[in-house]
Design a protein around this ligand. Structure first.
Ligand SMILES: [Zn+2]
Length: 353
């Protein structure tokens, strides 16, 4: 046994390089993926003045404990959106998001976008979706990262807008759009009102991936499952509060897109050790770690794995299983999944090239 090794000796069996662990990234918002440096550069170019929390005090100190806190988060989001003015800006954002994920060991990325937020500046929602899909195709070819798009409706807008977006997403099913989501402040709007939109997406064979179970608890996760037929939950972390619900999630094979730094930044948990990832794993839930909005939370894909390794003393075998789950829960083609799963095994066995 090497348990009594020198204090200076690294315990090598659980110190593999997380950057080399192949991962699928299933929870990343288009605007929130912007590099901080790109935000500063584009704002400077167009003479847009940014709040201190996005410049000298970046990353901003946020809390969504109340509506005012969320409003502040949303304001920063709107400022970030406002710097994207040209088609080249959109292409740059997508390429940089891809490059950042590749650097972090990402091999598959599903980027989530609400085209209505950009429709006015880029023609209409169809034009903007075409632009994003073309940017994704180009970025994927340039970086080798497998990529797809999730169209997300905004729950603070009218449910009819969501139906329009669901029809748009349905038209692009099999042409780069793989899922339909529902985002923004979970405490606003009525989830059941979006049932119609989700039925349209469901009929089109899209993955149903609404946000739920972060700012609200188990009762809202149940609504997402019962009414929207969620197959993956954006966050879903608070399912950990309800063993019966967690059991149902495991039985139905619903994946949870857990975003630890987002949870802490928004004040859902006080610190990373309080993010109840071990509860989810012990129950056998499928978890895919995601960064959500690196621009506002200051942490990217690798940061999620590193933070959970440090906070919960995860073994390399557990980290490999997290990566496998992210791949299995993704919409990647089967041959891509097989390749990535084999590469995760190679990482764990120490035979990765
Ligand atoms: Zn999100």
């Amino acid at each position: 046994m090497a348990a009594s090794a020198d204090p200076g000796t690294v315990h090598t069996s659980d110190a593999r390089d997380l950057r080399a662990l192949p991962k699928a990234h299933l929870h990343l918002h288009f605007t929130g993926s912007m590099r901080h440096g790109t935000l500063l550069e584009l704002a400077e170019r167009d003479g847009i003045s940014l709040p201190d929390s996005l410049v000298s005090e970046w990353p901003p100190r946020l809390s969504a404990a109340d509506e005012k806190g969320w409003f502040r988060f949303q304001r920063l989001y709107d400022v970030a959106r406002s710097v994207l003015r040209t088609e080249d800006d959109v292409r740059r954002l997508v390429l940089e998001a891809a490059e950042d994920d590749v650097r972090d060991g990402g091999r598959w990325l599903e980027i989530q976008v609400d085209p209505s937020g950009y429709a006015a500046r880029f023609g209409n929602i169809t034009d903007f979706t075409d632009l994003v899909l073309d940017a994704v195709r180009v970025a994927s070819e340039a970086t080798g990262l497998g990529m797809a798009v999730v169209i997300a409706a905004n729950r603070t807008r009218h449910p009819l807008d969501a139906r329009t977006l669901a029809r748009l997403a349905a038209r692009y099913a099999d042409r780069g759009v793989v899922g339909f989501g529902l985002s923004n402040d979970e405490r606003r709007g009525s989830t059941a009102d979006f049932e119609g939109a989700f039925r349209i997406a469901e009929r089109a064979g899209l993955r149903l991936v609404p946000h739920g179970g972060e700012l609200r608890g188990p009762e809202h996760v149940r609504t997402c499952l019962d009414t929207l037929h969620a197959q993956r939950l954006g966050h879903g972390i608070r399912s950990a509060e309800d063993p019966a619900l967690l059991e149902r999630i495991v039985e139905q094979g619903v994946a949870l897109e857990v975003c630890p730094t987002s949870n802490v930044a928004l004040g859902v948990y006080s610190d990373l050790t309080s993010v109840p990832l071990p509860t989810l794993l012990e129950a056998g839930a499928t978890v895919a770690l995601g960064a959500d909005d690196p621009l506002l939370f200051g942490s990217q894909l690798l940061g999620q794995y590193a933070a959970m390794r440090a906070a919960h003393d995860l073994t390399d075998a557990q980290l490999a299983e997290l990566a496998r789950m992210s791949v299995r829960a993704s919409a990647a083609p089967d041959d891509t999944k097989r390749r990535l799963l084999a590469d995760v095994d190679a990482w764990l066995e120490g035979t990765a090239p």
